[in-house]
Ligand binder design. Structure first.
Ligand SMILES: [Zn+2]
Length: 332
């Protein structure tokens, strides 16, 4: 058993309470490589932001759970080395699929876990979430749960259609499970293809797809039922056109990739939404930088040559999100 407190990590409790009060959201960036971790920490330190580093079950397997625990500890020490006296870093499990996965993460140094029972019937979701909450709270680890289904693909999580969260269910769910935060479905979606072209309208000038707006009425209704309760948005990448264009220009093939417009996320961050998950955008930034580098330097084969600009591109993306979308800068 490794306690996250020993690693210098924190849980989400105080962080979320401050974010809800302050009208901003905490960035939750997915990572599985050293370069992503370095870019996340550099950005958080530079922008003076608390940060959630999260891994899915698949990413944990990719990186190896033992290495991951040391990477998280390394991230805290790295933040201090970069001049941050009291880093506020959470290591979070994204989309935990079972009690066993959540327990294994809690036992190996995670400070926060998500149990995703959203595909289960309501009562079973409550039962599973409560079981995880009981174990997690014994170790002062915070728990995110989910109600409603997001469309799209994220590692092993996959759904064809989205189903908005039913506001009439949230009080019973939060009370019975004791979860610390709740992921809801209001029209965000996993992956770089959040909407099919037929769900969007096309800008007559540029021909680019304009996605349908988020269901702010559902968010408002949830907030009314659970005033001040921390709400989480998954699948909130914006799929920056510049990165998609760079990828396509240098041999990639991502036609009609479309994300959530940043002004909508900015609006959500000012509400009870206090955690916004961003994964695809950093994948796109990294891939665009690497493709461009290879096209311009076909003679290069040292990974440091192409991973240096890739890491820098991710760092700039993270800073942009923190400052321009989430508003979590200068909060340390
Ligand atoms: Zn998700």
């Amino acid at each position: 058993m490794v306690s996250y407190k020993k690693l210098g990590l924190v849980n989400t409790k105080k962080m979320f309470a401050k974010a809800v009060k302050g009208g901003y959201a905490i960035p939750a960036f997915n990572f599985n490589t050293m370069e992503q971790m370095q870019a996340i920490i550099q950005a958080a330190v530079e922008a003076k932001s608390p940060v959630i580093m999260q891994v899915s079950k698949g990413a944990r397997k990719y990186a190896n759970p033992t290495i991951l625990r040391y990477m998280a500890e390394g991230a805290v020490q790295y933040a201090k080395e970069l001049g941050c006296k009291k880093p506020q870093i959470v290591l979070h499990l994204d989309h935990g699929d079972s009690f066993e996965t959540c327990k294994s993460c809690i036992d190996s140094g995670f400070s926060s876990v998500m149990i995703d029972g959203s595909s289960l019937p309501f009562k079973e979701n409550i039962k599973l979430t409560k079981k995880v909450v009981n174990y997690a709270h014994k170790h002062d680890v915070t728990v995110e749960a989910e109600l409603g289904v997001l469309a799209g693909v994220e590692d092993e999580v996959q759904a064809e259609e989205s189903h908005y969260t039913k506001p009439e269910e949230v009080i019973e769910f939060a009370t019975k499970t004791g979860c610390d935060s709740l992921a809801i479905s209001i029209g965000t979606s996993h992956g770089a293809y959040k909407f099919k072209p037929e769900q969007c309208t096309r800008d007559p000038k540029t021909g680019k797809l304009i996605p349908p707006p988020l269901a702010f009425d559902v968010l408002k209704a949830v907030e009314k039922k659970l005033p001040g309760f921390p709400i989480v948005l998954h699948g909130s990448s914006s799929v920056p056109q510049e990165h998609v264009d760079t990828i396509n220009k240098f041999g990639g093939k991502l036609p009609d990739a479309v994300g959530i417009p940043e002004e909508q996320l900015r609006k959500a961050a000012k509400s009870a939404v206090c955690k916004i998950n961003i994964d695809s955008d950093s994948r796109l930034a990294m891939t665009a930088a690497i493709r461009k580098h290879f096209a311009e330097h076909p003679e290069h084969f040292d990974p440091r040559q192409y991973l240096t600009p890739a890491r820098e591109a991710m760092k700039q993306l993270y800073i942009h999100k923190i400052v321009k979308v989430l508003g979590s800068n200068n909060k340390l």
